[in-house]
Structures are given as C-alpha cells and as structure tokens.
Ligand binder design. Sequence first.
Ligand SMILES: *Cc1c(COP(=O)(O)O)cnc(C)c1O
Length: 402
Amino acid sequence: MKRRTGQDRSITRHWKPATQAVRGGTMRSEFGETSEAIFLTSGYAYDCAGDAAARFAGEQEGMTYSRLQNPTVAMLEERIALLEGAEACRTMATGMAAMTAALLCQLQQGDHVVAGRAAFGSCRWLTDTLLPKFGIETTIIDARDPQQFEDAAKANTKLFFFETPANPTMDVVDLEAVCGIARARGIRTLVDNAFATPALQRPLDFGADIVAYSATKMMDGQGRVLAGAVTGSEDFITNTLLPFTRNTGPTLSAFNAWVVLKGLETLDLRITRQSENALKVGRFLEGRVPRINFPGLPSHKQHNLAMRQMVAAGPIFSFEVDGGRTQAHALLDALELVDISNNIGDSRSLMTHPSSTTHSGVAEEKRIEMGVTEGMLRLNVGLEDPEDVIADLDQALGRAGL
Ligand SMILES: *Cc1c(COP(=O)(O)O)cnc(C)c1O
C-alpha cells in the first residue's frame, strides 16, 4: 500500500509545511519502521540479469549504485523538494558541492554570469576564479539594487547568482524584482538560500528558477554534518543537473542524509525560536555597537523588503566595531558562553570575525568593496536563553572597551 511504503506527490504536496517537514518523503521498508532507515549500501542486487539490464536502461524502477541513488538520500531529497515547493531536488556532499554543480552543470565557455558581490567567501571564489578559468565571464554587482542586474545583463548572460540575506553583510536582494528582470530576458536565477531556508523564504514563489543550499547550516541545525542541495524544475534537475552530478559524484552519504532528515523535522521550531532570540540580542546590541547589519531590526534600511519576502529575519546577523581587527578579536577573546566559531545555523551561539576567517581568502580590496570590514563580527544566535547570550555579550563588550 502506497501510504505505508512510499508516498504520492499529488497528496503530499498539499500537506502543510509542518506535516511535510515530519513526514514528507518517508519510504518505509517491509519492517514498518517509524523513523526513516539509514541505507548504508553502495550497491543493489538484482533478481536476474535482465532486471539489471532493464534498470540500467531506465526501463525498470529501482536503484543501481549509491553514487546515483540511495533510499535514505531520496527521502531527504523529496522532503526538501516538498518544503521548497520545488518539482525536484538533488542533495550533494556539501553546500559548496551544490553551488559548484548548480553553476557548472548549466554553463559553458562564452557564457556570462551576473553575481552579487556580498556572498559566502567560497561562492566568490567560484565566480571570481573558477568560472573565468573555463572561459565563463562574470560581472560582480551590488545585488541590493535590481537595476544593476538589468544594466550588467548582456546577450550571452545565462545566469543571475546571489544570496539573500547575504553572508556576512546581510544584504537583502529583492527576489521579485530581480527574478522578474531575469525572466523578461530569458536568464535563469540561482539563489543561495542557506541563511533563510524554506522555513523563512521560498525564492521559487518569487520567480526564481533554482534554489541551492548549504544544508550544513540551519537544515542540520546542530552542527553535526555537511550537506548541500539543489532544487528546481524536474526538467532542470533531470536533464541539466543530473548528467553532471551522476558522472562527477559529489554525492551525499546516506548517514549524513539521515541526520539532515531528522534536522528538518525541527527546522521550523528552531529557526522560529532562534529568529526571536536573535531579535532580542540584536535590540540589545543596537544600543551598544556603532553599526549593526540585521534586516530584522526596523532601523535596517532593507527591513521592509526583508519582511515582505521572509517569514522572520533568521538567527544570523553582523555588526561592526570601530577599533578594527584588534577590537573585534578582543571582543571574541572576552566571550565566555558564545563560542568563537565560523559555523552558522547551529543551535549554539557562535561568533566569528569574517575578514580573518570565512572571507580571509577574498582579496582585501574585494572584501572592502563587499562591505566586510576589519571591525565586522558575525553572530549566529542559538537556542540558549537570550538573556544569557546578552549577559555574555555585555561583559565581553565591556572588556573590549565598548
Ligand atoms: C556555508 C555556506 C555555503 C557553503 O556550504 P558548505 O556546506 O560549508 O560547503 C554556501 N553559501 C552560504 C551562504 C553559506 O553560508
């Protein structure tokens, strides 16, 4: 019976997100396990040689090799697709494997990409170093201004690539405006939605074509595994992404897929609470530091836009001190509860100094152009009681001379 072993998309896509997060994609084995099983297998056996041939020919449903398909991984992919409102999803070993695959599977020599300048450091390496190496030209723009996408687009522009909110400046991109410009010109949009996740923002609803993830962040949410995902239309995933990933092999392990499956069950609870906690911490910091970059605060220039396209502003923001790297490091070193860590999306509060960690690989002039200053600190607000986090920040700020 389908309801027991597999699922019917025509039913599950009408479930509410909270139901999809807990039950979406579940396939039960003959044992009827309630929690999804971890299928740690690299291969699959066939009843007869004809079955093997039929499966390879795509004439028989079933799995052949775990670089290509795995039941645990397939359950996660279906759950993410449902939450995203996407026709299809494929997971990858890391967020960067997802971004790399999403770019390289559809681009070729002579193509042009317009990308947002505020981005995760490795995403900037892809646009600034990797793509040009293969004859793919990129133009880097300030993605907060939709007009800059319009102005940078050329006859050979294939893709707009950006994050919103962006790491670590928290620049917000107007999804509807930018995706509208892309649609009108037949250009695809690739959105890195790692900061928001489908629980807070669904770019496909605003006209985006492809949404990619570091599932390492809020989706796992407890700092355990690395994972990535790409979602989009069935046509894009099957005919453009899959030929690339099946042959290059950035496959997610079944164990890591299972961890993220479990993470998704509590994603909405965690991100809602962490967003509330971040607002409390943000309001405290607003009065104590010279500058705070947090779209969740009404004082932020892009607050209205962020609230139009997001359910809540999320657990991550950055702020700046005037004393440069010395004062930023002094503040980090004075922390007693909040960890010094460059990870985000964890249930623990973590703080990092992007210019000496996550963005140290980006050339200094590009960092400055992106707005990643020497006095910038990025904070991921966790599930601890926000009063304890505020007390820790209060004492650390004092010791750092703020
Ligand atoms: C972390 C991150 C990535 C990279 O993901 P990994 O899982 O670390 O490979 C890409 N984009 C954004 C916005 C991120 O925060």
